[in-house]
Write a protein that binds this ligand. Sequence first.
Ligand SMILES: Nc1ncnc2c1ncn2[C@@H]1O[C@H](COP(=O)(O)OP(=O)(O)OP(=O)(O)O)[C@@H](O)[C@H]1O
Length: 311
Amino acid sequence: MPDSGGLSIEVDGLRLRYGTTEVLHGVSFQVRRGEVLALLGPNGAGKTSTIEILEGFRMRSAGRVDVLGVDPALGTEHWRARMGIVLQSWRDHPKWRVRELLAFQGSLYAPYSTPVIRRPWDVDDLLAAVGLAEQADRPIKVLSGGQRRRLDVAIGLVGRPELVFLDEPTTGLDPKARRDFHALVRRIRDEFEATVLITTHDLDEAEKLADRIIILAEGGIVADGTPSQLTRQIAGHDEVSWVHGGARQVRHVADSTAFARGLFARDGNSIRELEIRRATLEDAYLALVRNAEQAAAHPAEVAPEPDGASR
Ligand SMILES: Nc1ncnc2c1ncn2[C@@H]1O[C@H](COP(=O)(O)OP(=O)(O)OP(=O)(O)O)[C@@H](O)[C@H]1O
């Protein structure tokens, strides 16, 4: 079965220690089949370590992990063939030509083809999908950095994976390649119903791509929700400004829609030049990470985020 109860990933109480340092202090989350989940967090938060455990490349210290219905510590080649992995670092195959390499990598997946999922992905179709059709017959050593990154993505997708891990996939891509890549992620989700777990430091990318975001900081999950749910967690960050009686007024409020409704109910036609600046995902991210870092440094002193309106 591709999943257990519609879930591609289940993590419960995951702990990881490197020597005497505990990097993950009991992390729990689930990812539904077909969901695009972005894992965010500061450098060193444990994102890559978490993904490596899910991929079966790193042993956990404690906790329960289930990926596509299997404990990754016990994963077989057949289980691994159902996943696609795009790592942060380049693989080095300088003498291969692009098409040859993809055809070879694809052939490794052929034994795992099923009537439902035909493996591998047709090489020409895949080259077109990642924008490498013109480079198909070039040796890999002559590709630009961005083209090599596209090839990394193609290698991760050639087996028509049910679950794709993308570790900072758009680093080094130009804006057009980045936009094409976002379209490709949507395509693999929509056409193949693949589950996608992506790590990125680009909050704009996370907001555009992810159905759900998890923020990891100080060894734990500090937020888990849709981009707009996360943004709403940071109360008092929507800025509403308007002109009334010739003077500009400014308020910072938790819910700008409700505030504007009240404003119009009260002052009606005399409101001019209403502007609302919603809290951004970046505002939310920075506040949540800052809170987690302060809580870790001074466990007793951290005050909760303010709620409601303030000047
Ligand atoms: N093999 C290792 N041995 C010891 N410590 C390690 C090892 N790998 C990672 N670490 C440490 O574990 C912590 C988490 O690292 P990890 O690479 O998972 O973070 P990350 O969130 O992916 O960071 P980045 O955003 O910089 O990629 C870091 O403090 C790192 O130094």
